[in-house]
Write a protein that binds this ligand. Structure first.
Ligand SMILES: C[S@@+](CC[C@H](N)C(=O)[O-])C[C@H]1O[C@@H](n2cnc3c(N)ncnc32)[C@H](O)[C@@H]1O
Length: 291
């Protein structure tokens, strides 16, 4: 993707403010992405005994990227459109379903490809004893995520690399419309820990796909490929469809398109011409237990 992922050295830091408590609460679990030694906090920097250091952004997140730009990530416009759309409450039923399915005993929740932190924040409201860490590569999304909830920290790393986290550091991994790394999910989950995955069915937003030429279609084999990847490592405990008709204003419809990679293939005139209407929301929410 040609987004604006975080690059080391681009972070604006502010030494006068302490590291957020939500982030320091994850320090014991975090590892240096270069040498896997434990990280310690000093002012606005996390550092390891080998001398690698990682500045905290003024916005409150830490980048644990190692040098190469991330392989993918949302750009500024996509993250803003997502924040705007989710703020309308249109996906509240989905957030509620996640809260319903998630094990309420989970104390440490990792949200991979967490975007603006909307679903993690909703889940933390349901789990008063839990703390969360949202991971993403998009600068704008991380800025939103770092302030999404008092008990949620935010960090940048690439889901397709080894996670800078100790084995068994999380009780629940959330993965909502986001890229996956099943072997790393299994490694960082504690024994008996859970993975909660949300993905669209082929009916999801079908009216928008029909109306907007250039909107990326959904792979009909997606579900099969998900199970091929997860089944060796996880037992599926529950799968639930969340499906409802959603009335969308023209502005919300524009945000729905603009928050996806399809936005890059859609002419601005097409977006501007979208009318108010109704779209089908159809997603699967599933809970998997680490074998
Ligand atoms: C479709 S959005 C979903 C965001 C959030 N889970 C939600 O549903 O609101 C996918 C997210 O994955 C992030 N992402 C894409 N590639 C990534 C990568 N290689 N590593 C980490 N995050 C990535 C994007 O920046 C984006 O925020």
């Amino acid at each position: 993707m040609d987004g604006v992922p975080v690059r080391p050295g681009r972070i604006l830091t502010d030494v006068s403010r302490p590291a957020p408590a939500a982030l320091t609460s994850w320090l014991e679990a975090l590892e240096c992405p270069h040498c896997h030694h434990p990280l310690r906090s000093r002012e606005r920097t996390l550092h390891c005994p080998s001398g690698h250091s990682f500045d905290l952004a003024r916005a409150g997140y830490v980048s644990l990227l190692t040098g190469a730009p991330a392989t993918s990530g949302d750009d500024d416009a996509m993250a803003r459109a997502r924040e705007g759309f989710l703020a309308t409450g249109a996906y509240a039923p989905l957030r509620a379903a996640i809260g319903d399915l998630a094990p309420h005993t989970a104390g440490r929740v990792l949200d991979i490809g967490g975007g603006t932190g909307y679903y993690l924040a909703g889940l933390l409201d349901e789990l008063p004893q839990a703390r969360g860490l949202g991971v993403d590569t998009s600068v704008r999304a991380l800025r939103f995520a770092a302030r999404a909830h008092q008990r949620a920290a935010a960090a940048a790393w690439d889901v397709f690399t080894r996670f800078p986290l100790a084995d068994g550091a999380a009780d629940l991994v959330l993965n909502v419309f986001a890229p996956r790394n099943p072997s790393e999910f299994a490694r960082v989950l504690a024994p008996g820990g859970h993975l909660l995955v949300v993905r669209p069915t082929t009916d999801h937003l079908t009216e928008l796909r029909d109306a907007v030429p250039g909107m990326v279609g959904l792979d009909p084999r997606k579900e099969e490929r998900l199970h091929e990847a997860l089944d060796p490592l996880f037992t599926t405990e529950e799968v639930r469809e969340v499906r409802f008709p959603l009335a969308v204003s023209a502005a919300a419809a524009r945000d729905l398109v603009a928050m996806t990679p399809s936005a890059r293939h859609v002419a601005p005139e097409t977006l501007e011409a979208l009318p108010d209407g109704t779209v089908t929301v159809s997603v699967l929410v599933s809970l998997h237990r680490r074998r």
